[in-house]
Design a protein around this ligand. Sequence first.
Ligand code: UT7
Length: 330
Amino acid sequence: MKKGSTAGIISTGRALPVAKITNHDLEKIVDTNDEWIKTRSGIEERRIITGDETNSELSARASRIALERAGISPAALDMIIVATVTPDQILPSTACIVQNKLGAFNAAAFDLVAGCTGFLYGFDVATRYINSGAAKHILLIGVDTLSPIVDWQDRNTCVLFGDGAGAVVLSAVDEGRGVLASKMFSDGTKANLLYVPAGGSTRPATQQTVSQRGHYIKMNGKEVFKFAVTVMVDSLLEVLSLAGKTAEDLDILAPHQANLRIINFACKRLKLKPEQVLVNIHRYGNMSSAAIPVALDEAVEEGKLQAGQLVGLVSFGAGLTWGAAVTYWQ
Ligand code: UT7
């Protein structure tokens, strides 16, 4: 890598399923209501895949947009990272399927599993590859199609999640125009707060795992909530300090979109104004790894994200995992 340069996001793209499910639609499926969902989570509607929409298809759509905006051909990519917990299938990786769809045959391609923190884990990996000079152009996709693994009989979870994909291209940019710091964290002692019991090699699919609804997400929402409000702020402050910055220096925050109350709590502690915070949870629910890149892409389109701004990214999710990054916007 050229001296005086650093990794930075040079473009974004997104792809969302067409079908919408509103809170009122959910009232017909489980014992819930619009008022509860809105006040407890901030969610009003979410998108879910139908027909030909798959994880790899949404990923490829979002990626084509990001690549076109970056002016980079698929052949120029050195790496494709797909951050997801909902691959098309167990083997091969969705990243390899996406590589084939894009024709990005010079890229190493792999999936990365870190729950809803997947995008930030991928961001940290991509940044370090570019900073070391081992890669020039990396396509990072945050994507999840959770609707097939959500239990539509469980009101504790089915009202919260949605499907979508966001992609970014990271390349070397001039120092002072890219990533300042990033860090990944995990705590496996909390693995049982958010998990899918069956379908892996320990409990492969059987008639019993299916009848026990073992292939669906199980979550202790209250405990995840308590954990999230602490780590969202603490990890961002730690990464800001690594970057030699404070919360006052931030122009924009792109937080994970799991619950509006978690976002508001973090913003209050960080003393950020509402207009500094990217929020789209009301429209999409929790899209896991896609939440942040979709929010970034929308903010670019809406003119909320502009060159030279200091942007904080922070997320948490199954694992439990969490992570944060601070970057200048290109
Ligand atoms: O990306 C990481 C993924 N996960 C998260 O970030 C989740 C974090 N947690 C949360 O967002 C919140 O904990 C939830 C939105 C999941 C739940 O909100 P809460 O304020 O913690 O509610 P609760 O779990 O304490 O439930 C309160 C009541 C319960 O009834 P009782 O026991 O007080 O009679 C629930 O049974 O609300 C009930 N409830 C519902 N009522 C209507 C739970 N889900 C629903 C529902 N509709 N969908």
